[in-house]
Design a protein around this ligand. Structure first.
Ligand SMILES: NC(=O)c1ccc[n+]([C@@H]2O[C@H](COP(=O)([O-])OP(=O)(O)OC[C@H]3O[C@@H](n4cnc5c(N)ncnc54)[C@H](O)[C@@H]3O)[C@@H](O)[C@H]2O)c1
Ligand SMILES: CC(C)=CCC/C(C)=C/C=C/C(C)=C/C=C/C(C)=C/C=C/C=C(C)/C=C/C=C(C)/C=C/C=C(\C)CCC=C(C)C
Length: 585
């Protein structure tokens, strides 16, 4: 293949841009100078003298869950310190740059970015701190290239999508319509109400009083999985496999393990708010929220700020954090955006001996999803043998699978391929005449452990070549010749730069669970310590973690007196009841 191979990902020249603009008010940190090496070993360049200070809320990490919670709290008047170990905000929704290019670290398919309803939580996270990002509507959420010749486009227009699916499975028209109608019923219920903390009873009582039917409908679906509902309406096994892929493509588990509430959100929002690409790349969302947080009195976002431990007071409540440079920040509430595995346990921010039983139970029910092997590829349009122009009808997002048996388990680049070409929508993220291909496929940490550096590099090259050959066969003949350069990341890369255990995409049900009911909310059994992000209700996805951010912000604000709440014991009764129920199921 005629391209230069560069690894690892991401060496962030763009870092200087973001860090350099930093004006960390009240901060004792200096902005670290960017380099791949110190990015992974941060923070080395922070203040020499250990310092202490106090804020209302410390937020560990700056993924979308964390930023939404911080933005919400900042908008309510709390002083918030967001501490990010890396040099760029956004975590899996961050970016990295090469001259002329801006690559999205995670995928580029963004839900929750519409202009109407209540479920557009990314738009709302920006609104919370008076910021906005322009978007480009995507006419097709994804094009599936599946076994048995199943080639389906999920059009933004709902009826157009249904007709395409019905053309392929005419005998299942009724089942198709009734399954997706069930999804709409979930979505319409969610979209009727303000979305806040389900463990804050005052809010819950008000929302039940204002929208009783919607709440009862959600309760009905809360314990169910999408696969069960699909089987109530559909019998064709190939169509059920397609529904499995519809779920797997974002939940990384098949339909029988995918909570129905989440399926309802994803399968309807794509036709309601639509999939919208942020102009300038996905990283723009986090950048703007950061600017909005920083504009609030007493609020900071600090990079190169690796938190090593949560601090406790004499009553055992979380009261702040310790950083790798020895600094301590005290707070009335601590919010962790690290995964639950990175928050609790021997290698976590809270030692095993302080780890509550509920957290051990969580680890019995949820497992770490696989990570990804991801390739960020710069492609010359003139060398591609398929049209990429505005009138050529090339779609931005593709999913490729050769054999149904390979959907979940195949290794070495033979499993499901996810491809996003953001330059189809936004030409500003690459130089003229160039495209960005972001290709990823599930991969596990155990495949990459213990390799010498030459074996590691060779494995990356082999995997890249496997994936490129599959794309050449399916979609882009001659792709290899069109590649200018490629940067490749393994699960090790994801662990190193995103700080996620084993580079995992997030927690997934390790066995059949009762829908979303088993997923913990934001309070933990450690007083003063909250979790946010994809280890909390409702799970993975930017819009999902934005929900967890709003819910967390709301619960913390009520606990700290920024919002009214019910008197005790009524306020905590629901949290206690839900934790006890969770321990039993
Ligand atoms: N829709 C899409 O296409 C898309 C794209 C990208 C990501 N996603 C999903 O979005 C979700 C976002 O996840 P999230 O909000 O849970 O967070 P995240 O993992 O994206 O971010 C967590 C942040 O916390 C930081 N961090 C971790 N430990 C730290 C420590 N000890 N000290 C300081 N900082 C620390 C990390 O560096 C990271 O920036 C994920 O589920 C992801 O899979 C979806
Ligand atoms: C008391 C109680 C508990 C209860 C009561 C009742 C009620 C009221 C209830 C309620 C509920 C609620 C509110 C809920 C909520 C939910 C939500 C918000 C959800 C959300 C979700 C979302 C999601 C899941 C999303 C996701 C997404 C994703 C993950 C994406 C991804 C993507 C990708 C990866 C892409 C790829 C592809 C290619 C590239 C092709």
């Amino acid at each position: 293949m005629g391209f230069s191979f560069i690894a690892p990902l991401p060496i962030p020249p763009g870092v200087r841009q973001v860090g350099g603009r930093s004006s960390c008010r009240n901060s004792h940190f200096t902005t670290p100078v960017a380099s791949a090496a110190n990015a992974a070993r941060i923070p080395r360049t922070v203040a020499q003298q250990a310092t202490e200070r106090t804020v209302d809320v410390v937020v560990i990490g700056s993924g979308m869950g964390a930023l939404t919670a911080a933005a919400d709290l900042a908008s309510k008047g709390a002083s918030v310190a967001v501490l990010e170990r890396y040099l760029i905000p956004g975590g899996s929704s961050g970016y990295f740059e090469r001259p002329g290019y801006r690559f999205d670290v995670g995928a580029s398919m963004i839900f929750g970015f519409g202009t109407r309803g209540t479920t557009n939580l990314l738009t709302r996270a920006l609104d919370a701190v008076d910021r906005r990002v322009d978007t480009i509507p995507d006419p097709v959420q994804v094009r599936y290239h599946l076994p048995d010749g199943i080639d389906i486009r999920v059009h933004r227009d709902y009826e157009q999508f249904l007709q395409e699916l019905v053309r392929r499975f005419p005998h299942e028209e009724k089942g198709i319509r009734s399954f997706y109608n069930a999804c709409w019923s979930v979505f319409n219920s969610l979209n009727a109400m303000p979305l806040r903390s389900l463990e804050e009873p005052r809010y819950l009582l008000r929302v039940f009083a204002a929208h009783p039917l919607a709440c009862l409908n959600l309760l009905r679906f809360l314990t169910r999985n999408a696969g069960d509902i699909a089987r109530e309406h559909i019998v064709d096994e190939n169509l059920l496999k397609f529904i499995d892929m519809e779920c797997y493509s974002w939940s990384v588990v098949p339909a029988n393990l995918t909570p129905m509430i989440n399926a309802g959100m994803v399968f309807s929002d794509r036709h309601y708010g639509g999939i919208n690409y942020p102009v300038g790349g996905v990283g723009r969302i986090a950048e703007e929220i950061v600017e909005g947080i920083r504009s609030r009195e007493g609020c900071t976002v600090e990079y190169g700020a690796l938190v090593t431990k949560v601090l406790f007071d004499e009553r055992g409540s979380a009261c702040g954090v310790k950083l790798a440079n020895g600094n301590r920040i005290y707070a009335k509430a601590v919010i962790s955006n690290a995964t639950r595995w990175d928050t609790f346990g021997d290698k976590g921010l809270v030692d095993e001996e302080r780890t509550p039983v509920a957290e051990r139970r969580f680890r019995e029910r949820y497992v770490k999803s696989p990570s990804f092997f991801s390739c960020h590829i710069a492609v010359r349009e003139k060398n591609l043998k398929v049209g990429m122009g505005e009138d050529d009808g090339m779609d931005c997002h593709h999913i490729v699978l050769d054999d149904w048996k390979e959907i979940e388990t195949a290794r070495d680049g033979r499993g499901t391929i996810f491809l996003s070409i953001p330059t189809i929508l936004d030409k500003s993220v690459a130089p003229p005449g160039m495209h960005i291909f972001h290709v990823f496929t599930p991969s596990w940490m155990d495949e990459w452990k213990g390799l010498s550096s030459s074996a590691y590099k060779a494995k990356k090259e082999t995997m890249l070549s496997t994936v490129v050959k599959r794309l050449e066969r399916e979609l882009f003949p001659g792709l290899g010749e069109a590649i200018e350069f490629a940067e490749v990341g393994s699960p090790r890369t994801h662990r190193k730069y995103l700080g996620r255990i084993d580079g995992s995409y997030g927690p997934v049900a390790g066995k059949r669970l009762a829908g979303l009911l088993s997923m913990p909310f934001n309070r933990t059994d450690v007083k003063g310590l909250y979790c946010v992000g994809d280890s909390t209700f409702p799970g993975q996805g930017l819009n999902a973690t934005a929900f967890s951010g709003f819910a967390c912000g709301h619960r913390v604000a009520a606990d700290l007196g920024f919002l009214e709440r019910l008197p005790e014991p009524f306020d905590s009764a629901l949290t206690d009841l839900l934790s006890r129920t969770r321990l039993k199921i």
